[in-house]
Design a protein around this ligand. Structure first.
Ligand code: GTP
Ligand code: MG
Length: 316
């Protein structure tokens, strides 16, 4: 691979493989910054790699964590490249500041049937539209962890937009993940696919359900959060690197401890709360109506709007 491959995770360091990285993470050494301040001897002892190898890994970690200065103007230039995908609803687009943004993670959480997957299907179609029609002229990578991907439904939505359903479905690469291991690996290996297929939208529906099913009980919570954390950071890294949009769904759990207000909270706790750029809370209303609340956004005020899930897709 290219020698200037950016170092973003422990595995990217020379001499640090997956097993060693896991060992380090379970010992609490889970960031490059932490490696950067280790002594070669201690790191060698902790991880089992040689002192020489530890020296190299530490040097690479130190280099990678050098603070990157950028002027406000440079960041503004970068932000101009940010694209948006229309959701199909003008009100929801407006609330989001023009649609689902590239370069970040948009999370939708809510109970079953609240419309999270329907929005995923709609975005899978809309991402393929030309830029002047609210799309990104790109393909879609869909990680389905619940077995709820429905090509028939996508075909229906595509037809409603006057697109050829076959072409639209052909531009959606689907992976059915059965375990968290598969879900994580799928993303680890996504770089080539993203470049070859011009992927402009990654969907993970759902981000959390396999983690929740596999890591049961309090004892497993730490490990679950740690895995989820690195998984979601990987998503953010891909969003940055390829200027693509990421849309993930998340369930809620009943929180009987809350006596006032909404007694449901999204799964994943702080890990997802901090990593998701934009958070949407979806609730069922009458018939086709769904209430979407913007809970967190870096640039838009909190708000609420109503969308409809119709046979033709997401509408106002
Ligand atoms: P979970 O994955 O179970 O947590 O739910 P979700 O939030 O992903 O729900 P989803 O997006 O699958 O929404 C399902 C709802 O969408 C159904 O209950 C229907 O109300 C609606 N829906 C699905 N397909 C159609 C359709 O073809 N026409 C209309 N009008 N509504 C549909
Ligand atoms: Mg769903």
């Amino acid at each position: 691979m290219a020698k200037d491959k950016a170092i973003r995770e422990l595995e990217d360091l020379p001499g640090i493989g997956e097993t060693t990285a896991e060992k380090l993470r379970s010992a609490g050494v889970d960031t490059l910054d932490k490696i950067a301040v280790y002594s070669p001897h201690d790191l060698s002892e902790l991880s089992g790699i040689s002192v020489d190898a530890a020296k190299k890994a530490i040097a690479a970690a130190q280099e990678s964590t050098t603070v990157n200065y950028e002027t406000g103007e440079q960041i503004l230039e970068k932000r101009k490249a940010i694209g948006r995908i229309t959701t199909g609803s003008k009100d929801l687009d407006e609330m989001l500041g023009g649609g689902v943004e590239t370069n970040g993670i948009t999370e939708a959480y809510g109970k079953f049937s609240s419309g999270k997957s329907q929005i995923a299907f709609q975005l899978s179609v809309n991402a393929q539209l030309p830029r002047d029609k609210g799309g990104l002229d790109g393909a879609v990578f869909f990680i389905d962890s619940e077995g709820t991907f429905r090509p028939e439904r996508i075909a229906e939505i595509a037809k409603a937009e006057d697109l050829d359903p076959k072409t639209v479905l052909g531009n959606i690469v689907v992976v059915r993940a059965m375990t968290t291991e598969q879900q994580i690996l799928t993303l680890e290996r996504a770089d080539k696919l993203i470049q070859e297929k011009n992927i402009k939208l990654i969907i993970v529906d759902s981000l959390t359900s396999l983690f929740r099913a596999e890591y049961l009980g309090r004892g497993a919570l730490g490990e679950r959060q740690q895995k989820l954390n690195s998984h979601i950071h990987r998503l953010q890294m891909l969003a940055d690197k390829y200027n693509l949009a990421v849309y993930v769904t998340n369930q809620v759990m009943d929180n009987p401890g809350i006596m006032f207000g909404d007694p449901t909270t999204p799964i994943g706790g702080n890990v997802i709360a901090h990593a998701a750029t934009t958070r949407l809370y979806m609730r069922k209303s009458k018939e086709e109506k769904r209430i979407v609340r913007l809970v967190d956004s870096p640039s838009q005020p909190e708000g609420e709007c109503v969308i409809k899930i119709t046979t033709n897709g997401v509408k106002d």
